[in-house]
Design a protein around this ligand. Structure first.
Ligand SMILES: NC(=O)c1ccc[n+]([C@@H]2O[C@H](COP(=O)([O-])OP(=O)(O)OC[C@H]3O[C@@H](n4cnc5c(N)ncnc54)[C@H](O)[C@@H]3O)[C@@H](O)[C@H]2O)c1
Length: 296
């Protein structure tokens, strides 16, 4: 089986990027949102990103136009009937995702591959909403999709090895580097990254250093592009908290448990950059100042 046409369900932050890289890779791509307004919003994210690439000279004005020409925005799932690969990137809710898969399963040709971009839900639990277990897997892209080169390809205990090969090959064709893992919470990257971030919060709670010193420690001592607190503010404390709870539920190991300080910050609405306050204060976004969280 060869991938000729791609479908992307959801045109939010991730779906727009996944549709963009499919079209940039030369694939005719159908992309679906629930309303024309949301579809318009998603398409304008793609247009802006392509404009930036064209301004930087990464692509030509012609390539920009051709990429847009390969995209077919729609609000109808029926338009996915002839897709060979459908990548789902809707909100992180198992019930919603299962509903979409059950509906797609009736519409899309039976040998087409379904791939979920979920960060934390079980691929196997989504798969059981369909009759195509051998053709179901995870393809976990990273944000921002047009710039980040990694894709985690996630197989279940019943994914056909040929399906895995096709997904790996597709990722390479769109210029990404795939890594292969299996369906366990966190896959590879979050399984390693989340306990590290949680441990940084514990180190702060235990008085190992200030927010800035711990960040500088990892930045300058380990050559990380940013320290753990800058990264937590960037990803969102609410998102990290949610993923940590899922990892803790799956593995029942204390290293995955969100520390009390993080929980209090999430409850107080200190989500990081997006809410203007997290480990740093973003009143002046170009010059974030560490918050006083543990004093007094
Ligand atoms: N944000 C990240 O950094 C990141 C990284 C990797 C993976 N993910 C995963 O990607 C998925 C999407 O996340 P996001 O950040 O793009 O969220 P988002 O909220 O930006 O986008 C989700 C979009 O899905 C749309 N949607 C909901 N139901 C739909 C349906 N039935 N059909 C079509 N569209 C539908 C919503 O209208 C929304 O625009 C989630 O599973 C998330 O876990 C997110």
């Amino acid at each position: 089986m060869e991938i000729r046409q791609v479908g992307v369900v959801g045109c939010g932050l991730m779906g727009s990027g996944i549709a963009q890289v499919a079209a940039m890779g030369g694939f005719p791509t159908v992309v679906r949102e629930v309303t024309p307004e949301l579809l318009g919003k998603g398409m304008s994210i793609i247009e802006k990103s392509l404009t930036k690439f064209a301004e930087k000279g990464t692509i030509t004005a012609d390539q920009r136009a051709q990429t847009l020409g390969r995209l077919r925005p729609t609000t109808e799932l029926a338009d996915f009937a002839e897709c060979d690969l459908v990548i789902e990137a809707i909100i992180e809710n198992l019930g919603h995702k299962r509903e979409v898969y059950a509906e797609l399963d009736k519409i899309v040709k039976p040998d087409a591959i379904f791939a979920s971009n979920t960060s934390s839900l079980s691929i196997t639990e989504m798969m059981t909403a369909t009759e195509r277990a051998p053709h179901f897997l995870g393809m976990h892209f990273f944000n921002p999709v047009p710039l980040m080169t990694l894709v985690e390809v996630v197989k279940t205990v019943v994914t056909d090895p040929a399906t895995v090969e096709i997904a790996l090959e597709y990722a390479r064709k769109i210029g990404k580097t795939p890594i292969l893992t299996s369906d366990r919470a966190g896959f590879i990257v979050n399984r390693l990254l989340v306990p590290y971030l949680l441990d940084a919060v514990r180190a702060l709670e235990e008085g190992f250093g200030t927010i800035e010193d711990i960040d500088n420690g990892m930045k300058l001592g380990c050559n990380h592009p940013m320290g753990p607190f800058t990264l937590l503010d960037f990803v969102g404390l609410d998102t990290t908290y949610y993923i940590a709870e899922i990892l803790f539920t799956e593995y029942r190991e204390t290293r995955f448990a969100p520390p009390p300080l993080m929980k209090r910050m999430v409850v107080a609405g200190m989500y990081g950059r997006k809410s203007g306050k997290g480990f740093y204060d973003y009143a002046d976004p170009k010059n974030p100042k560490p918050n006083k969280l543990l004093e007094g």
